[in-house]
Design a protein around this ligand. Structure first.
Ligand SMILES: Nc1ncnc2c1ncn2[C@@H]1O[C@H](COP(=O)(O)OP(=O)(O)OP(=O)(O)O)[C@@H](O)[C@H]1O
Ligand SMILES: [Mg+2]
Length: 378
């Protein structure tokens, strides 16, 4: 298990104030869990990971791994990186040339203090090479590997030390799309088979959704939401998360009231009054922003069946894009443009009227935030 509490890390700069790269970061990754730090470039993911590894010295906070405090500002503890027993793979992994695959993987064991004998090393190395599917290439020159194989070798090198916790910083970023997808499966399999607590860093939301048990979304040094991939996608806590993960429709509105029977809120919006869901209690009159995923904007040419007469609206097809397995429709409802992801069997032509229905449980009310334009002007 890895537990991080109140972690702050800053970088001094030549002139001007220090950069607050990690701000009050806190999370817990239980044993065997694949935990991902996700966020846009510069949000503090690498800083957080390096602080956990001991490669950056935080200004305050506490880091505990499997019951052992490796950093605590309050207790004055700072365990150096090589004593933490964490494995780390960097974005720019380095394969040592002029060495075989075996020698690359064995290197961390060769240089460590209490050295094992030759056959112990061979046993451990072949075990990790087997785990990453490179055992048959053990004698090959490491530079004569494909990108994906080199990636797996970097992983093997981190695994050979039998780390308590695996720290991975965008380890798939310099692979092509196909290989990246394949490596995702491999990585997940290895992680599961070895039961390794893994902290994974990526700015790729698809990768985070595909790999993780838990995701912490970061923005400007802070964690803004922690949850399962499904929770993060279906119940984003704020506009930033809804916008960063996947595609969504935002509709501004005002809370009219609460419906006790359905536990839903009624919200007035430019496309009509809608029943919506909210995790946080909402006061009547409060401004909100609704987030509705394109696949939850249902389109039909027929009238809705009688038992489904809620959250109905209608609009005009403004544009559509055929993507093979889906068709993206842009539908104009008054002044609002809605994006809908529909089945290709729907063939309504541009310019025609179309009916819209939205499941109240898929209309998520978020606290309204000041408009971007207003922020920029301030
Ligand atoms: N050595 C450094 N000195 C000063 N500022 C730094 C240093 N390293 C990072 N920063 C700043 O700290 C902030 C967080 O950087 P960090 O590398 O943690 O971001 P990141 O989320 O990993 O981004 P990316 O996805 O681009 O790798 C950024 O504003 C960055 O400019
Ligand atoms: Mg980074």
């Amino acid at each position: 298990m890895l537990s991080v509490k109140g972690l702050n890390t800053e970088y001094k700069t030549q002139k001007g104030p220090a950069v607050q790269a990690a701000r009050n970061v806190a999370f817990e990754a239980p044993k065997g869990v694949f935990f991902t730090l996700l966020g846009p470039s510069g949000c503090g993911k690498t800083t957080t990971l390096r602080s956990i590894a001991g490669l950056e010295r935080p200004t305050s906070g506490e880091i505990e791994a499997n019951g052992r405090v490796v950093y605590s500002s309050a207790q004055g503890v700072f365990v150096p990186p090589n004593k933490r027993n964490f494995g780390m793979v960097f974005q720019s992994y380095a394969i040592w040339p002029h060495m075989t695959v075996f020698a690359n993987a064995a290197f961390p064991l060769e240089v460590r203090k209490n050295r094992l004998n030759k056959s112990q090393i061979a046993e451990k190395v072949m075990k990790v090479l087997h785990a990453v599917g490179l055992d048959h290439l053990a004698e090959r020159d490491a530079t004569r590997l494909s990108g994906g194989q080199q990636q797996r070798l970097a992983l093997a090198r981190a695994l050979v030390m039998e780390p308590e916790i695996l720290l991975l910083d965008e380890p798939l970023s310099n692979l092509d799309a196909k290989l990246r997808e394949k490596m995702r499966f491999e990585l997940k399999r290895i992680q599961r088979e070895l039961g390794l607590t893994t902290i994974y860093v990526t700015h790729d939301q698809g990768e985070a959704l595909a790999l993780s048990h838990e995701i912490a979304v970061m923005s400007e040094g802070r964690i803004v939401q922690i949850g399962s991939p499904r929770t993060i996608y279906e119940r984003p806590a704020n506009r930033f998360v809804a916008d960063f993960i996947g595609t969504t429709n935002f509709i501004d509105g005002t809370v009219l009231g609460h419906d006790d029977a359905t536990k839903l809120y009624r919200v007035r919006t430019p496309i009509g009054d809608l029943l919506v869901t909210s995790d946080a209690p909402l006061a009547g009159g409060a401004p909100v922003t609704l987030s509705i995923r394109p696949e939850d904007v249902e389109l039909t040419e027929d009238a809705a069946p009688e038992d489904r007469l809620i959250n109905l609206s209608s609009g005009m097809v403004d544009a559509k894009v055929f993507l093979g397995d889906i068709v993206d429709f842009q539908v104009k409802v008054g002044d609002v443009m809605l994006l809908s992801r529909a089945h290709p069997s729907l063939r309504t032509p541009v310019g025609d009227k179309i009916n819209i229905r939205m499941d109240p449980l898929k209309c998520v009310a978020l606290p309204a935030e000041p408009a971007v334009a207003a922020q920029a002007a301030a």
